[in-house]
Design a protein around this ligand. Structure first.
Ligand code: SF4
Length: 379
């Protein structure tokens, strides 16, 4: 079982909060598409004995590509990898790129899940974030997608936006519920260095929302979505029964994945690899058979810490047996010490040897994960 992630590094416009690797210069598009094809073909041996269960086109903005280009990417994968007939094939899409005709074509090509970057149902928020779409476009694109046959739709929302009241946020969440989608990802706004929002915060144009209000927004989100039948299966992710993002779940469950395209990350159980975050260097490397990535062999400490931070993010948690079996004794001793501390404070739960962060612990999940990790200085 393995996954393939393809990074499409183009956006028509930069959103003011976003620090993903992307370019607004589409003149490199044909070069990148040829590069993606070449990388997919040249790395097929890495997953020669694995069935591909998930394919994920992210970015950037995959929906900014033409239909033929999106078909070519899927064809290249199918021609070079063993793709399961039931594979989850997700594409990230922005509402302003979508219409009834192209959604119908995408569904016919085999894309069966859309992750739609909606972020807010308030025009003022969309403007502040420099999003390209409006509220009506977002609502309409969900309706078109359903009509085109997509029965697995996810929408992204952001809370903690400047000036966003609890009532504003409640309205967003309720509209998302009314749209009757299968999956909602909701992220607390982060001011990343290098973004317009970061600069505006530093210069006093924007004011950060108080932490208490962001926490209230998160609590409200959990309550409304729970009442609406969503399962809170990862810190920022909620789904109707059975509609987990299989691709993202495989990141959290320590499964292999191949990352294709500039800035994409790969994981093969023993090592992590990341492609260079530069279109020019990526293409130069591919064209001249030179390296365009770095690789890190994972130490036991890396593997233990990865297991902790990916497992504790989810309802699947971390397994006591697995830690005892897979890692040296010192990791198990450390795990037991921290487990006792948080069982006593009531922030985690344990059931059949599996530890999960409970609703009390959700708001300090970063601290809990950091405590469970073991970081020793290299000798
Ligand atoms: S949020 Fe999405 S559309 Fe906006 S700049 Fe980032 S990658 Fe591009």
């Amino acid at each position: 079982m393995a996954g393939i992630y393809i990074h499409i590094p183009f956006c028509r416009k930069r959103c003011h909060y976003c620090d993903f690797f992307k370019s607004t210069d589409f003149s490199f598009k044909s070069g990148i598409l040829a590069g993606l094809r070449k990388e997919l073909e040249s790395r097929a041996a890495e997953l020669a004995s694995d069935e591909i269960n998930t394919i994920y086109l992210g970015g950037g903005t995959p929906s900014a590509l033409l239909l033929d280009e999106l078909k070519d990417i899927l064809d290249t994968i199918r021609n070079n990898y063993l793709v399961s007939p039931e594979a989850e094939i997700t594409m990230e899409a922005n509402p302003d790129d979508l219409n009834q005709a192209n959604l119908t074509s995408l569904r016919q090509m085999g894309y069966n899940r859309l992750s739609m970057g909606i972020q807010s149902f308030a025009e003022s928020d969309l403007k502040l974030m420099n999003r390209r779409h409006g509220v009506m476009q977002a609502v309409q694109s969900v309706k078109w997608a359903k009509k085109a046959g997509f029965s697995n739709l996810s929408i992204d929302l952001i809370y903690g936006l400047p000036n966003q009241t609890l009532e504003d946020w409640e309205r967003n969440v309720r509209i998302a519920v009314e749209l009757d989608v299968q999956h909602i990802s909701a992220y607390n706004l982060t001011y990343h260095e290098g973004t317009v929002f970061y600069d505006q915060l530093k210069s006093g144009i924007l004011k950060e929302l108080p932490d208490e209000l962001s926490v209230q927004q998160f609590e409200l989100l959990i309550r409304i979505l729970k009442d609406a039948g969503f399962e809170h299966y990862e810190i920022s992710n909620f789904c109707k029964p059975g509609f987990y993002s299989q691709h993202n779940s495989s990141y959290w469950k320590n499964k292999k994945y191949l990352g294709i395209g500039p800035s994409a990350h790969s994981f093969d159980l023993d090592s992590r690899r990341w492609n260079v975050s530069s279109i020019a260097k990526y293409l130069h490397g591919l064209e001249n058979n030179e390296s365009y990535s770095e690789t890190e062999i994972l130490t036991e400490q890396d593997r233990y810490n990865d297991y902790i931070i990916t497992g504790l993010r989810t309802i699947w948690g971390i397994s006591e047996d697995y830690i005892r079996r897979e890692y040296s004794e010192k990791y198990f001793v450390h795990y037991q010490k921290i487990r006792e501390k948080y069982l006593k404070s009531g922030h985690i739960a344990i059931s059949s040897g599996t530890v999960t962060i409970n609703s009390n612990g959700l708001f300090i999940s970063d601290k809990i994960m950091a405590d469970f990790m073991l970081v020793e200085a290299a000798k």
